[in-house]
Design a protein around this ligand. Structure first.
Ligand SMILES: [Zn+2]
Length: 537
């Protein structure tokens, strides 16, 4: 059976850029454009030339793309201007893009209230703008803003807006749920009705996530007949975001109802770049990746419950809807006080530590994890600390750093500057080191002190702390503070360690020392065994 083509249209660089706190530079835009092109997205909306200096310059640049079509976005001409004399429109027709997407209102309420023009004038603006863009030799797409609200209010008028563009040569008519309040069954019904007036092969869907249904609404629209789907990486977008292409694309390729029927320019093999593509945006925005994101989150294939973990060992299908490797993600077995021996065995295997089922040391490790969690440790997520503990107990440790004693002082100068100093005695692989350092806080001071030892300079020069999470609570032995530290290196690998103590500074310093020990271990394993492929990243 011949499959129908389903087109993917990314608007991260335009609609996504309208998100609070997001301000892409030209360099960021180029990076995202290149990644989306390599990934296989059909259309990439680059921005709105003329609306801001970054977008204007972006469209002045030449972009050589492998297969994607770069789109310039803008609006229909203003009522008082002719098409030839509309400054925004001239930016579009003079851009280097061969395709242009224009938008206008298709909700009578918006035409009355927001535009303050007659319904007829709005239709004329759509009609003449489309005709002009096509006459200038460009492909024209028309985005019908508020189409679903418009259809509910005045279906005849909403459809006449679409027809004004379609009948004058628009190749795609995009149905937008701009306020994001429409539900999947309504989308299905309205799109079905719309396909009686405009062929589905010329219809696109653009949804927002205000009811948490942007992805579901896009799927409903495809089932009702549209053949172009718009969205953004990670669902970036103002308010609650746009439809998340990182969820939609694998759904189209891996779920039978869609994969049997449709063909995408993104191929099954390209899907392996999905997690990387999602993380690239987080990296550019300097955001922590959402660990719970479908398909690509660090927790999307993590198994904590003992029953789940042991079943996944027998057959991953028991608790995984797809193979994580298909989307560039990986399986994680979480270790915690609730874990049985099977979780710990699975985790050890996945980090490359050889284990034997009947090894008595495994029981010791399980008991030690349970004991430590009872006094406040948590290894759920702190994979690096777990690995250090496991290697210590199983006798496969290849690095250790122990903090014997230290002295911390904090002083505030009359300039307001606060300086922390640390003097410490540590033991690195049996070498006793006396070190001292200063920093903006005790953790930074200890980090600088350890880095200052020339023997370890190479190991720690690309080490940095990303963030931390602190929790203070009561145990049977009194109040304790638990610190989780997330660290990274220049290769982009991240790892988490845990430190516990009744004293918050001690908790931080213990977590830091664990983190540095893990960095040493990682460097050595990479050098010697080229294993350690399951560091959480
Ligand atoms: Zn939008």
């Amino acid at each position: 059976m011949t499959k129908e083509k389903l087109y993917i249209y990314d608007t991260t660089l335009r609609d996504g850029a309208q998100t609070e706190g997001v301000d892409f530079s030209i360099h960021d835009k180029k990076k995202i454009l290149a990644a989306l092109d390599l990934f296989g997205v059909d259309y990439i909306e680059g921005g709105w030339p003329g609306a801001n200096p970054t977008d204007t310059e972006f469209f002045r640049n030449d972009h050589s793309l492998r297969s994607a079509n770069l789109i310039a976005f803008g609006m229909t001409k203003k009522t008082e201007n002719s098409v030839e004399n509309d400054p925004m429109l001239s930016q579009l027709v003079n851009s280097k893009c061969s395709s242009v997407c224009i938008f206008s209102k298709s909700w009578d309420f918006h035409v009355d209230v927001a535009l303050g023009i007659t319904h007829e004038q709005n239709l004329t603006n759509i009609n003449e703008t489309t005709k002009y863009i096509v006459k200038c030799g460009k492909e024209c797409m028309f985005a019908a803003e508020h189409f679903f609200d418009g259809f509910k209010s005045n279906p005849r008028y909403a459809l006449s807006c679409l027809k004004a563009a379609y009948d004058n040569g628009a190749s795609w008519i995009i149905l937008a749920d701009t306020n994001g309040g429409t539900l999947p069954h309504e989308i299905f019904e309205i799109v079905s009705e719309t396909t009686r007036h405009i062929p589905g092969k010329n219809l696109g869907i653009h949804t927002h996530n205000d009811t948490g249904n942007a992805v579901a609404n896009s799927l409903a629209a495809v089932q009702a007949g549209v053949r172009q789907v718009q969205g953004t990486i990670n669902g970036l977008g103002e308010r609650c975001g746009n439809a998340n292409l990182i969820s939609l694309i694998p759904t189209f390729l891996l779920k039978k109802d869609f994969s049997d029927k449709f063909e995408l320019n993104v191929k099954r093999d390209d899907l392996k770049k999905l997690t990387q593509c999602s993380r690239l945006l987080d990296d550019i925005l300097n955001r922590e990746p959402n660990r719970h994101l479908p398909y690509v989150g660090a927790c999307a294939f993590s198994h904590k419950g003992g029953i789940h973990a042991s079943a996944v060992q027998k057959n991953p299908k028991t608790y995984e809807h797809i193979n994580p490797h298909d989307v560039g993600n990986c399986r994680t077995i979480v270790v915690s006080g609730q874990s049985g021996k099977s979780n710990i065995m699975s985790r050890l295997i996945s980090i490359g530590i050889p284990v034997k089922e009947n090894d008595t040391k495994i029981r010791m490790l399980v008991d030690e994890v349970k004991h430590r969690e009872s006094i406040g440790y948590s290894y759920d997520g702190a994979d690096a600390s777990f690995e250090l503990l496991a290697r210590r107990i199983l006798g496969t440790s290849t690095s250790s750093i122990l903090l014997h004693r230290y002295e911390v002082s904090v002083r505030k100068k009359n300039t307001g500057e606060i300086i922390s100093s640390v003097k410490a005695e540590i033991d690195v692989d049996g070498d006793k080191i006396m070190c001292q350092g200063e920093g903006n806080g005790p953790v930074n001071a200890l980090e600088n002190a350890i880095r200052s030892d020339s023997r370890y300079y190479e190991n720690f020069k690309d080490f940095s702390l990303v963030d931390n999470k602190v929790k203070t609570f009561n145990t049977s032995t009194g109040a304790i503070t638990r610190v989780h530290l997330r660290s990274t290196d220049t290769k982009g690998t991240t790892w988490i360690t845990v430190g516990v103590s009744p004293n918050i500074i001690d908790s931080y310093l213990n977590a830091l020392v664990e983190s540095l020990a893990y960095k040493l271990l990682k460097d050595r394993v990479t050098d010697n065994l080229s294993g350690l492929s399951n560091i959480s990243s």
